[in-house]
Design a protein. Structure first.
Length: 631
């Protein structure tokens, strides 16, 4: 071996004082106790990994043929740890996140302390083998991901750049450094394997050569740490225009095969990968570990998975829950684990290990501010709605594909009806609306008014009025409301809503208002927003909404108006037969519909057509002109 001709071992007969100090510190860590292994065989196997990696366009040089060596039989003599355990322990130390005070020198010396009982050639080859596992994985992914879906998913998960060309100079330099480290390690192994007991060498030359070995081992070790840090922090090197991943990258990262997402409500613990959401709309539900209060959570499940339209859509969409927290306490992890095991949608497993770049992207690009939201991605991974939470709570699966344009379209078809207020909250209530029954929705937490109103309703219903009663409490769902609900049930035996369903009603109203405001509507320009806001912002002691079926003819009464008007039912009740209950009530209150007839049409059977009086349009509530049609 040419000790003097190799660039890595160029001798300087007068060592700098810094090197002298370094050598002394290295020797303080060196305490060989007879542990050894076949460093040459391990080097060949490690060389295979690094050279295969280096054959890619990323990593520079090319080697045509590499021997395959089996290291499974390498025994670490004198150690209770296996070779795999030792390499893994070194790798963990290499990748461990260190404090700012622990610079490369400190971290390098930690590794030498860890390997103090081994010979110099074994130290270096073990360190290089540990580095090869990280470097080899990196190069393998970067080689395969353009043509391999699994590799692409892993690359996205690790947030590796999709375009590597801007870093070709860095990769080339990294490749050359790896090759140099391999050359130095090989020289160290050959030097340690020389039969010095049979050779007569000058003591000074031997001392200088060993000093070079020590310094070379130090710089190989330090270089592996620097390279590992570069690979680990690759995203920090990204150009300004590529700081954030795009939506397709985020979806790929979250659904990457390497980090399978279990379908928690399945006993089979099915796994979700990219293939399971291919050609589907994906709803990314972003929230804290608590997700939503219980009532909101139940409503969301009902609107997505229990909704009648869900089965009709044949799983055309999937929901993936991304839980985000700034702290991730043990309590939060327990809550997340409980919910993710209970809910019917997919969830990102162990969200506390999500890449910080992804968390920042969600916060910045999707404007997540600790309030649950649903981001909708179309089958191509493009964002179609930055927050579909409210439209999901309003229309459920009927809102598919949950895009912003679909939300506008749905509102164009809506009107101020009982169906809009009560849709799917309770099956019986839905049936009443579909059957065209008269329904009175009333709310308050004033128990005295509730009792008076209930007594008035009893009188009317005993007189034969068909009027279904639904008590909804008030927006502040306090214990007083719970108590009032029990009173209603006792007095009328018709408390259709449970305390949970009261929450559903108010959550629905809140979603309607938010959706309208998000679309730029105002209470001056939109009558639905005006009417919903009136219910949400009311400070009155009580109120009542009376409507019929799915018509837009709804009357709102204050607490005093409701009692006064219903007390006078004997005076105007005779009009119910001719006009219907709601129209008769409107006439009693002298609430005239907008002037002038409408242009809508309605065919009335002859017998019913003989009824005298005004017929109101179901759509606009204006009086309709009468025409006789003869066949």
């Amino acid at each position: 071996m040419n000790l003097y001709g190799n660039d890595c071992f160029s001798l300087r007969y007068s060592m700098p004082s810094e090197d002298d100090i370094l050598i002394k510190k290295l020797l303080l860590t060196h305490d060989p106790d007879g542990r050894h292994l076949d460093s040459e065989l391990l080097f060949r196997a490690m060389e295979n990994v690094l050279c295969y990696a280096a054959t890619s366009k990323i990593c520079g040089f090319h080697i045509d043929a590499i021997a395959k060596d089996d290291i499974s039989d390498i025994e670490v003599v004198g150690s209770q740890e296996t070779l795999a355990q030792i390499i893994y322990k070194i790798k963990i130390e290499m990748l461990r996140k260190h404090s700012d005070k622990e610079n490369l020198y400190t971290r390098t010396m930690i590794l030498f302390d860890l390997l103090g009982n081994y010979r110099w050639d074994v130290k270096v080859v073990l360190i290089l083998a540990a580095f090869a596992t990280t470097y080899g994985e990196f190069c393998l992914i970067m080689q395969l991901y353009p043509n391999n879906t699994f590799a692409e998913s892993v690359a996205l998960l690790k947030h590796l750049p999709s375009n590597i060309s801007p870093w070709n100079p860095q990769f080339k330099a990294l490749s050359l450094l790896v090759k140099t480290m391999m050359d130095v390690t090989k020289c160290t192994i050959e030097f340690e394997g020389l039969p010095f007991r049979y050779a007569q060498l000058d003591d000074e030359i031997m001392s200088i050569t060993k000093s070079c070995i020590y310094i070379a081992a130090y710089w190989v070790t330090r270089s592996t740490l620097a390279c590992s840090s570069q690979i680990r922090d690759l995203k920090a090197m990204k150009p300004e225009q590529d700081v954030h991943p795009d939506n397709q990258e985020v979806l790929g990262i979250l659904l990457a095969s390497k980090d399978d997402l279990p379908l928690k409500n399945s006993s089979a613990q099915a796994k979700l990968g990219v293939s399971e959401v291919k050609d589907k709309v994906v709803l990314l539900l972003v929230s804290k570990a608590e997700l939503l209060p219980l009532e909101g959570l139940l409503l969301l499940v009902g609107r997505t998975y229990d909704h009648p339209y869900h089965k009709k859509l044949e799983r055309s969409y999937e929901i993936v829950w991304i839980s985000i927290s700034d702290t991730w306490t043990d309590a939060e992890r327990e809550i997340f684990n409980f919910l993710s095991n209970s809910l019917p949608w997919y969830s990102v497993r162990q969200p506390w290990v999500l890449n910080s770049a992804i968390v920042n992207y969600i916060k910045q690009e999707w404007d997540y501010k600790n309030v649950p939201l649903i981001v909708v991605l179309d089958p191509q991974g493009m964002v179609r709605n930055l927050n579909a939470m409210d439209m999901v709570l309003i229309w459920g699966a009927r809102a598919y594909p949950f895009s912003s344009s679909k939300e506008k379209e749905l509102w164009e078809e809506e009107n101020w009806t009982l169906q809009l207020l009560l849709d799917e909250i309770d099956p019986l209530l839905t049936a009443w609306v579909e059957e065209g029954r008269n329904v009175c929705i009333y709310g308050s937490d004033n128990l005295d008014w509730i009792k008076k109103f209930n007594a008035t309703l009893k009188v009317m219903r005993n007189a034969g009025v068909q009027l279904e009663m639904v008590y909804v409490g008030c927006e502040d769902r306090s214990e007083q409301v719970r108590h009032t609900l029990a009173v209603v049930d006792e007095e009328l035996h018709t408390s259709l809503f449970s305390f949970t369903k009261l929450h559903f009603f108010w959550l629905r109203l809140e979603s309607i208002r938010r959706s309208k405001l998000r679309l730029g509507q105002t209470i001056q320009s939109d009558h639905i927003l005006k009417d919903v806001s009136a219910l949400l912002d009311t400070t009155e002691e009580g109120w009542a909404l009376i409507g019929r079926g799915n018509t837009a003819d709804i009357i709102k009464l204050s607490a005093s108006e409701a009692i006064e008007c219903f007390d006078k039912y004997p005076e105007w009740g005779e009009n119910v037969t001719n006009l219907g209950f709601v129209s008769a009530l409107r006439a009693a209150l002298d609430l005239s519909p907008p002037p002038g007839p409408c242009n809508h049409s309605k065919i009335v059977p002859y017998a019913e057509g003989l009824i005298e009086g005004t017929v109101l349009c179901d759509k606009c509530k204006r009086p309709m002109k009468k025409y006789a049609v003869y066949e």
